[in-house]
Design a protein around this ligand. Sequence first.
Ligand SMILES: Nc1ncnc2c1ncn2[C@@H]1O[C@H](COP(=O)(O)OP(=O)(O)OP(=O)(O)O)[C@@H](O)[C@H]1O
Length: 394
Amino acid sequence: MVAMRTPQVTDPPGAATAGLGNVIEVGGLRQSYGDFEAVRGVSFAVPRGELFALLGTNGAGKTTTVEVLEGFRAPTGGSVRVLGLDPFRQRRRLRPRVGIMLQEGGFLGDLTVAETVGLWEGLSRDAGRPGTSAAPAAPSGAFPLLGRHRGTDPRTTDALEAAGLGRKARTRVRQLSGGQRRRLDLALAVISRPEVLFLDEPTTGMDPEARRATWKVIEDLRAGGTTVLLTTHYLEEAERLANRLAIMHEGRIHLQGTVEEVVAGSGDRISFRLPGISWAFGELPSLDGVAPILTYGGDTGNTGGTGVAYTLNGGRAEARAHAAVRRLLEWADERGETLERLAVRRGTLEDAFMRVAGEAPLDGPPDGEGTGAGGALRGAGDGPVAAGPAREGE
Ligand SMILES: Nc1ncnc2c1ncn2[C@@H]1O[C@H](COP(=O)(O)OP(=O)(O)OP(=O)(O)O)[C@@H](O)[C@H]1O
């Protein structure tokens, strides 16, 4: 497949660090493990009170980037600042102002949930004593239960309630399920009411209800002024929570912007099915120079049939879709073909992700039918091979 090289919605290296009021600033970050460069020049900035989501393929470098920002390792190259401080060299000053939810928390299995949170709360408080920066005031919405309980440390109780672990306070950590451990991780990350919160795949392993509860905690924290950096594999999570996001692949950010900006480059998808055994697909027109992607068989079982999909970019979206549908209907009328389940839909974040990952732009059968088992053929018809737009850093 030929990829067009049109840069889209990206900032040049270093540009992200230029703005004032950014709580997180990353400029041309590089990070190597021995000979292997896991992060290859990443730049972004997060203003105060915003949530920035890092999406990406497995091994893209998300956790490595976050770990540098958390101060766990000095960057191999480039610059990073959190609250204006160097997270590695000034880690002690930053610690009381930052909440961290690692991908895997290390717990003492014999402690109860409440003991774990209480212990962590004590450590966080100690870290904020004179000589370091004081912990900020609590964001009002994030801890609605603060002070309601008597006899227990209210911070502990409140963090447990916020994370949905109120009933598990006396349970030993080793008896928690995977999802409940993630909730405990969250409780520990937010207990110091951080100014900046790093969340590395916070909802992995959570059931849908717990995920929504976690989103609410995050939204409340952000509404209270907390700046959040989130990594996630759940696109709907990023779509719901993020002010801005970036999609990483192999150590680089390929797309960056608001959800709308990132998705805008995905174009429209026009899909339909040619029923039964039809050879008309060999004569399908190209639309604006874009050839269709075809998918055979699969979901249609014994009836055969061919899924046809075009991904169109360029020009005004409505006019583009209108002209394309008219052309296809003309084509079908001329040949006496029926375009079954003809559909037009705007690009999605998943489309953008798949493009970055270098995979086919959803080359399955028409929308809502699953991917089927059929093989896909690109570039049939009279146009050039379908081209994926918008790649940064190539
Ligand atoms: N300590 C390490 N030593 C050597 N290589 C490492 C180390 N940690 C990570 N890597 C490699 O660096 C690359 C980036 O890893 P990283 O964990 O940052 O990716 P990620 O985007 O968070 O991935 P995932 O989504 O799978 O969690 C991977 O190829 C990984 O194998």
